[in-house]
Design a protein. Structure first.
Length: 178
């Protein structure tokens, strides 16, 4: 898992450097981006969690997420997901955190980084942290308010010395913007 943690930190650094490189862009050519400020979005997604941070094995799941972007690049996300469907609980965890995206002109592609804090309600309200990155694609000519996304998150808990206190969660889903 040390390699995975290092890889995710390198990915975050790469996105941060790219974000800073585009911050001073003074291109005067008007380009129409499908990404806007004051944008609200709802997403549904499938998940795959490797290493089984809680149960000791890898597992599939599903979730829902709400995003609000104050600017075209800076937003906040609130997500919940479920991977154990036999326990009767409506959801297993809840997470919140900032997201930074960098829409690439008018291509419809927007790489992003995210991070934050979450709570797992199945096991004594365990707190976890996450960081990761991904891509969103919004084909503006076909679907003005629908996009597809994929990302990967490295999750860890306060007690890193305990076996299976880390996991990598991969998500793929659809996002509807309003």
């Amino acid at each position: 898992m040390k390699f995975i943690r290092t890889a995710f930190l390198a990915l975050i650094a790469m996105f941060a450097l790219a974000f800073g490189a585009f911050a001073g862009d003074t291109n005067t050519v008007a380009s129409v981006s499908p990404y806007k400020a004051n944008e609200f979005a709802v997403s549904t997604f499938g998940t795959y969690q490797s290493s089984g941070a809680i149960t000791g094995d890898s597992q599939w799941g599903a979730g829902i997420q709400a995003d609000y972007f104050v600017t075209k690049n800076i937003g906040v996300t609130l997500a919940t997901s479920k991977s154990r469907f036999d326990d009767g609980a409506f959801f297993q965890n809840l997470s919140i955190g900032p997201v930074l995206r960098l829409p690439l002109k008018d291509t419809g592609l927007a790489p992003y980084v995210l991070g934050g804090i979450g709570f797992d309600f199945d096991h004594q309200n365990d707190r976890f942290y996450y960081a990761g990155g991904g891509f969103e694609y919004r084909p503006k000519r076909l679907f003005k308010h629908v996009s597809v996304f994929t990302d990967a998150q490295y999750q860890w808990r306060d007690y890193l010395q305990v076996r299976d206190s880390e996991a990598v969660v991969t998500r793929v889903g659809l996002r509807w913007t309003f």
